[in-house]
Design a protein around this ligand. Structure first.
Ligand SMILES: *[C@@H]1O[C@H](CO)[C@@H](O)[C@H](O)[C@H]1NC(C)=O
Ligand SMILES: *[C@@H]1O[C@H](CO)[C@@H](O)[C@H](O)[C@H]1NC(C)=O
Ligand SMILES: *[C@@H]1O[C@H](CO)[C@@H](O)[C@H](O)[C@H]1NC(C)=O
Ligand SMILES: *[C@@H]1O[C@H](CO)[C@@H](O)[C@H](O)[C@H]1NC(C)=O
Length: 900
């Protein structure tokens, strides 16, 4: 009760403080409009924001909006004091060169950046004089893609304050008539739902969203700063002819083909699942769940295959089998039991999947290969181009390959290229609580093939976008655009030829499409340009050499002509005199900064090694290479042994002082395997508490002499026998911490039969028979012949001839404890980790790998580092890393206890 009262009082005080602060920063967004017009699935959206500086001094005003990743920005302008400043689209290199100065000052680089799964952020600012206003106007365009039977238009609103005049207007015109329209997203919840009006009239629909200032504070993600969320307009169109929708204007056409009244084609599908170490934890758990759901959805006339891979292949069955109940039950059991281990041999896995499909030709069916991976190839064939050419060779256009990249440690560009080269597509699966649903959602998109070998033929037309599609799935749509030769409708004749099950089908129509708009209407032409640029960019990714340059040039020319900000162009925003010019680039999918996706947390550290395989030499020097990129690690770091997630994200032991690794240039004695082009790109090393990788604790075993100590790792939050001294009836056990990376969480000292002292970072609990006492400050505790002295960062424990110190260390903002034996008991009968004898070894050969001789046994060891926590100021030492068994000269299990 008392607590509650205090909280209320504090809260009241805070409120008072806020309301009495003078409102110095007086500027407001007095109007914010979003106007989106969708015609034939092509959406053009204009965001207009009007801001007033009501202060007596000039003020930098920011314009900050989020737009769909799929969209191209096509226009941006600012209006200040009657003067208009227009953004100009230029070739990226040119823009960059012209404005290197601005870019190098860091003020304008990357002003468009990826955020989340579907959005990208556009940000610019301008200085506005006292009592003046500014209007920002941004236009972007996108072709809505039909997925699972619907189109979605996403509008994001986060003006950063409640806005007096806030409006979203969406107007949809579909000549094929609108089947249904719904409004979803966070902005359609709570009181905001009342601000939406929806009108649906056959071929047209309107959505208006005019929330009041009060309403703007009440939705699922809104607050005092106003709205923050999405309005998602979901709709589909009716399809009356099987040939679909053709629209023409000003000599261009666009054809939407999405027949739905066709029978499904039985499919042959093979699931290739990465089970390498880095899939450990939630990823593999979600994969199991998704697989089981997916298996449930297979139809009885489907055939399927399933296997997992790391460096080897683990078959459920070597050949495809029918999806009957018995097989599905057995496959589900297999899926349920998938465990993680090992490296990633993508080459072998994809080739095996293709082999299985090739070994199962079946007339009237559609074959699909689905690869799920969370990392780069790290073993077997690791050269990306070799893998791609191998895969192309075995698939030979017979079926599509879909690649699902799980998380941000994948080389997404590699997956994308490989799937595009094989008539498929790549999809990123975001590491999140709904990853299983994302996997299942993707599967559903390809679950129902309706046609194979779809060829779209347009007599009397040229400059066509892609016309051949290996498969067409229910709920999706094929879109082709082109130019009608001489704008001659008489000779223009569209036709679709495809295979439905085992029969050839032709779709044609005397209707050559409705002409819309005036001759000068450029709308269809823009759809054509949008689609052409998108496809050229995909093609560019797959090619190399002069072919790549030609395609790039073509894409660039179109981007410039149609004013699209694509990955090849930039928008240069010139501002009033004296202000920096902004250069806006479109970010590339897959290039999302990893650190941004994984906010820095305290505790553990993670070392991200982008792209690639890994090389290690036991000579005490190592380099990590892959995909033409290499990142340096200190010679002491034995990556191959310490980190199960080889080639992906590495968990760095507490021993590793990351500041020493960065920048790379500071480590001149490193042996680099392949000299990377991007040596300047330092590895992203961020302290982070990784949740899904077992924790590694490193122990040091010192030597009498000057030679290097030995070290070994203990993984996970195990309980260890620290000291057992039967003659004194003394035993000490410790529990390793599962939260803090590196030490013990609790240590319990048992003395005689009924005295138990538990030590953690906060307090000491003494149990003597039934009596329990707790000690938190500096204190002296004596119970019989046991003395415990509590000091600031250490606790002294003395019992007869045994003297132990428990040190409290700090890592980040987390504390852990570490026991040190200060006086070895004279008795020979003692055991436990703390009672281990000092190490004695002999160094044998150095290359190719180091061997140490311990008690006549040859042991593999690698040069590494460990932190010595046995002293108050922890120190990093070089050491010989080996298995716990080798270092301890017995099984680790002998030191593990079940109970503290
Ligand atoms: C939205 O934009 C369209 C096309 O530019 C225009 O015709 C319409 O009047 C605008 N609507 C509003 C509410 O501004
Ligand atoms: C395709 O999707 C439509 C609409 O969702 C559905 O009515 C139809 O049954 C589906 N066709 C097949 C073969 O599953
Ligand atoms: C598309 O398919 C047709 C028929 O299968 C073939 O003749 C044509 O060469 C293909 N076109 C392209 C661009 O691959
Ligand atoms: C076509 O497929 C159906 C069912 O899949 C089968 O009954 C029929 O025999 C096939 N026809 C030919 C010519 O293969």
């Amino acid at each position: 009760m008392e607590r509650a009262l205090v909280q209320i009082a504090l809260f009241g005080l805070l409120l008072t403080l806020v309301t009495t602060l003078p409102n110095k920063d007086d500027w407001d967004i007095y109007s914010f409009h979003v106007n989106s017009t969708v015609t034939s699935r092509y959406a053009t959206t204009v965001i207009t924001s009007r801001v007033a500086n009501r202060m007596d001094e000039s003020k930098e005003i920011e314009f900050h909006v989020r737009i769909p990743k799929n969209a191209f920005i096509s226009k941006f302008k600012m209006l200040i004091d009657g003067q208009e400043y227009d953004g100009v689209v230029k070739a990226k290199e040119q823009a960059q060169q012209q404005y290197t100065e601005a870019v190098s000052r860091g003020q304008s680089a990357g002003l468009v950046s990826s955020v989340g799964r579907t959005l990208e952020e556009f940000k610019t600012s301008v200085t506005v004089a006292a009592h003046k206003k500014v209007t920002f106007e941004l236009t972007y365009e996108e072709l809505l893609k039909r997925k699972l039977g619907k189109y979605e238009l996403q509008i994001h609103a986060r003006p950063m304050q409640p806005v007096k005049d806030f409006k979203v207007d969406v107007y949809i015109h579909e000549k094929a008539s609108i089947d249904f329209i719904e409004v979803k997203g966070g902005l359609s919840t709570k009181a905001l739902a009342n601000a939406i009006t929806k009108t649906h009239a056959d071929k047209q629909a309107w959505v208006h969203f005019y929330p009041t200032e009060d309403q703007q504070k009440t939705c699922d993600s809104c607050g005092d700063q106003g709205m923050n969320g999405d309005l998602v307009i979901v709709y589909d169109v009716n399809r009356d002819t099987s040939l679909g929708d053709i629209k023409r204007s000003a000599g261009y056409f666009v054809h939407h083909f999405a027949p739905s009244s066709l029978p499904r084609i039985p499919k042959n599908v093979v699931f290739v699942i990465d089970q390498s170490g880095s899939m450990y934890g939630r990823k593999i758990q979600q994969t199991r769940i998704a697989l089981i759901h997916i298996l449930n959805d297979l139809a009885e006339d489907d055939f399927f295959g399933l296997f997992t891979f790391d460096s080897s292949i683990f078959h459920w069955k070597r050949e495809l089998v029918q999806a009957n109940k018995e097989n599905l039950d057995s496959a589900k059991k297999f899926a349920q039991d998938i465990e993680t281990r090992g490296a990633t041999n993508i080459n072998r896995a994809v080739l095996e999947g293709a082999r299985m499909l090739n070994a199962h030709p079946r007339e009237g069916s559609a074959s699909i290969l689905i690869l799920l991976t969370d990392g780069d190839p790290t073993t077997g064939v690791t050269n990306l181009e070799t893998i791609q050419s191998n895969v192309r060779g075995v698939i030979a256009d017979k079926f599509p390959l879909y690649c699902l990249g799980f998380g941000f440690d994948v080389n997404f560009e590699f997956l994308e290229k490989m799937s595009l080269q094989n008539n498929g597509a790549a999809r990123r699966i975001y590491e999140d609580s709904d990853a299983d649903l994302q996997l299942k959602g993707f599967y559903e998109e390809v679950a129902t093939p309706l046609l194979t070998d779809v060829t779209m033929i347009y007599a009397g037309a040229h400059n066509l976008t892609q016309t051949n599609f290996s498969q067409y799935y229910n709920g999706s749509e094929i879109v082709v655009a082109g130019q009608i030769t001489d704008n001659d409708i008489e000779t223009f004749s569209p036709q679709v030829v495809a295979i439905s099950r085992n029969t050839s089908m032709a779709f044609s129509d005397t209707n050559t499409g409705e002409s819309t708009g005036t001759v000068s209407d450029s709308h269809i032409q823009r759809v054509w340009a949008y689609l052409t640029v998108k496809q050229l960019l995909e093609k560019e990714l797959q090619l190399s050499g002069p072919e790549k340059q030609n395609v790039k040039k073509e894409a660039l020319e179109l981007s410039l002509k149609y004013n699209f900000v694509t990955p090849l162009t930039s928008m240069v925003v010139t501002k009033p005199l004296g202000e920096n010019t902004d250069v806006l680039h479109k970010p590339k999918e897959g290039a999302t900064p990893w650190a941004q996706q994984h906010p820095v947390r305290t505790g553990q550290r993670r070392l991200r090694l982008k792209a690639g395989s890994m090389g290690y030499r036991g000579t005490g020097r190592s380099g990590i290479t892959g995909a033409g990129k290499a990142y340096l690690v200190p010679p002491m770091l034995d990556v191959s042994r310490m980190y199960p997630a080889a080639g992906k994200a590495y968990l760095v032991p507490p021993a590793l002082d990351v500041s020493q690794m960065y920048p790379a240039a500071a480590l001149p004695d490193i042996n680099i395997y392949s000299v990377p082009e991007e040596i300047a790109v330092a590895p992203t090393i961020v302290p982070e508490r990784a949740t899904n990788v077992p924790l590694i604790h490193r122990f040091l075993l010192k030597t009498e002499t000057q030679s290097l100590p030995l070290c070994f790792d203990v993984t996970g939050d195990v309980r260890l026998k620290l000291l057992h001294h039967p003659n004194r009836e003394l035993s000490v056990n410790g529990e390793l911490d599962s939260v803090v990376h590196g030490g013990f969480k609790r240590i319990v000292i048992h003395f005689k039969t009924d005295l138990h002292v538990e030590v953690d970072t906060q307090r000491i609990t003494v149990r003597e028979g039934q009596a329990v006492t707790q000690h938190t400050g500096q204190d002296l505790i004596t119970v019989g012949s046991l003395t415990v002295i509590m000091r600031d960062k250490e606790i002294d424990v003395a019992a007869g001839d045994t003297h132990m110190v428990i040190l409290i260390h700090k890592r980040g903002d987390k504390e852990f404890i570490w026991p040190v034996l200060r006086q070895q008991p004279s008795d020979n009968n003692v055991s436990g980790i703390l009672a281990l004898k000092t190490a004695v070894y002999e160094e044998m050969q150095q290359t190719p790998s180091t061997k140490l001789k311990i008690k006549d046994q040859e042991i593999d060891a690698t040069r590494s580092i460990a932190v010595d926590y046995s002293i108050v100021s922890a120190l990093t030492l070089d050491c010989w890393l080996m298995s716990a068994e080798s270092a301890l000269q017995r099984r680790l299990d002998d030191f593990i206890v079940t109970q503290l």
